[in-house]
Write a protein that binds this ligand. Structure first.
Ligand code: ADP
Ligand code: MG
Length: 441
């Protein structure tokens, strides 16, 4: 039997660590042959805070995936949360000799020139992502090789990681007996795994909603053109519930997953929960009220993303055609509807796609990044990838917007004044909710 290349993604998140093993089949398609997920240890907001514990969890996750696949893992592509990354877009230019076709060295020269920007010595470049090319003023060219012109220009999105956190991540992976094939920005991996062919022709905002961070990537015609990281995630929603309901974090996490909704209108209107507080007293809370605690934090995350994009790229509604939510926290009921309300764009929840094999074991939005790492790995041939997506000419022929399945929900005006966005540290939260629950608190 012929040996097929094996590519392994290791997504080291704040909540969980996931290893996904992919086997490259004939024709370049990928079959998932193993997966191992364990609760994360030694990580906080995308950073290693305890080397030993993180190493231990990495080992556990990899071993679980090895057991499923029967493959020994030696090298891995590793995700990097966006809060350690700085991204800039830089312009590169190459002159082309008259009467000569543009060749690959010309393209490489244009990219190299774009890369020649002064960077903080504390930063290590992890991605050099060329956007579309411009030949003699003609914009929107995906592949300029073979064309004629005298002036080749390219915008390159450069993503650089802070050296310290990258070294810590590398150290943990190496201590776990593995080599790092490459670091990959979390939002890039998530987009690679979730964007449909039509979305690869549009400008789409990918929002990976993790536990400690929400990673954002703006993909323009299949290229990562902008990235950001909001240091708030699903853990903060859980912490809000625990604080307000006075229950332990684990219980708040369970309540959120089972009964929570991002919009009170979408909560189970007939459901009332009996809550026993840490001090032993009990009280009842409806699922509707539960969702009123959950909503502000998620709305805050979406507002921060909106502000970020408004500042850097322009008004969200004009910049993008759609939003794809992914990551574990995108599984909360009503989250797409809330996002649609905030972004005023079509929103869907994205799950891993473009793979074969054991697809059922990596079918959730929480596995998008780990599957994306494998897909990224396939695009690597030791050279700068020209497009992170493999170009599918069929996709160009499909017009229109992305398909949207979730219904549009317009929230009724709140009876109390709209709460101000909470700060990341949760300050002011009690004030916001005291009004809502003054009857029973
Ligand atoms: N079914 C669910 N409903 C709501 N939230 C969920 C659900 N499953 C997971 N989450 C939340 O997703 C977050 C973890 O996201 P995930 O992408 O899995 O991890 P990481 O933080 O490691 O990137 C947690 O805050 C968790 O509460
Ligand atoms: Mg994650």
């Amino acid at each position: 039997m012929k040996d097929h290349p094996i590519i392994v993604g290791l997504d080291i998140g704040t909540t969980k660590i996931t290893t996904v093993i992919g086997e490259v089949a004939e024709g370049g398609s990928v079959d998932i042959i193993g997966e191992g997920s364990v609760l994360s240890e030694g990580m906080k907001r995308g950073s290693v805070v305890n080397l030993e514990r993180a190493t231990h969890a990495i080992r556990q996750s990899v071993q679980a995936a090895e057991r499923v696949s029967g493959v020994k893992v030696e090298r891995v592509f590793v995700s990097v949360a966006g809060n350690h990354a700085k991204a800039i877009t830089s312009h590169g230019l190459a002159a082309i000799r008259r009467n000569q076709e543009i060749n690959q060295p010309d393209v490489d020269r244009a990219i190299e020139n774009a890369r020649a920007v002064p960077l903080d010595p504390n930063l290590e470049i992890i991605h050099t992502l060329p956007q579309e090319y411009v030949v003699d003023g003609q914009e929107g060219i995906k592949s300029p090789v073979g064309m004629h012109g005298v002036r080749l220009e390219v915008d390159v999105h450069i993503v650089a990681g802070t050296a310290g956190p990258l070294l810590n991540l590398r150290r943990c992976v190496q201590e776990a007996g593995l080599q790092v094939d490459g670091f990959v920005l979390h939002a890039l991996a998530s987009g690679l795994a979730t964007l449909e062919a039509v979305e690869q022709m549009q400008t789409v905002i990918v929002v990976d909603m993790g536990g400690g961070t929400t990673d954002v990537g703006v993909f323009k015609r299949g290229n990562l053109a902008h990235s950001a990281c909001i240091p708030i995630g699903g853990e903060h929603v859980t912490a809000d519930l625990a604080q307000i309901l006075k229950i332990p974090l684990e219980e708040a996490e369970n309540v959120k997953k089972r009964y929570g909704a991002a919009l009170p209108e979408l909560a189970d209107q007939d459901l009332t929960l009996e809550i026993t507080t840490a001090s032993g007293s009990t009280h009842a809370i409806s699922a509707f009220e539960l969702s009123r605690i959950i909503k502000p934090r998620l709305a805050e995350i979406f507002s921060l993303i909106r502000d970020e994009i408004d500042h850097t790229l322009g008004p969200v509604e004009l910049v993008a055609q759609g939003v794809v939510l992914t990551g574990g926290a995108a599984q909360l009921r009503g989250v797409a509807e809330l996002a649609r309300d905030r972004f005023r764009l079509p929103v869907r929840v994205g799950k891993p796609r473009g793979i074969g094999g054991l697809t059922d074991i990596v079918s959730g939005p929480g596995q998008a990044a780990s599957v994306g790492l494998v897909l990224y790995g396939i695009g690597q041939d030791g050279k700068v990838p020209h497009s992170v997506f493999r170009h599918d000419p069929q996709a160009e022929k499909v017009p229109g917007l992305i398909e949207v399945t979730a219904p549009v929900v317009t929230a009724p005006p709140p009876s109390t004044p709209a709460p101000k966005a909470a700060r990341a540290d949760g300050e002011g939260l009690m004030d916001r909710v005291r009004n809502w629950f003054k009857d029973w608190m």
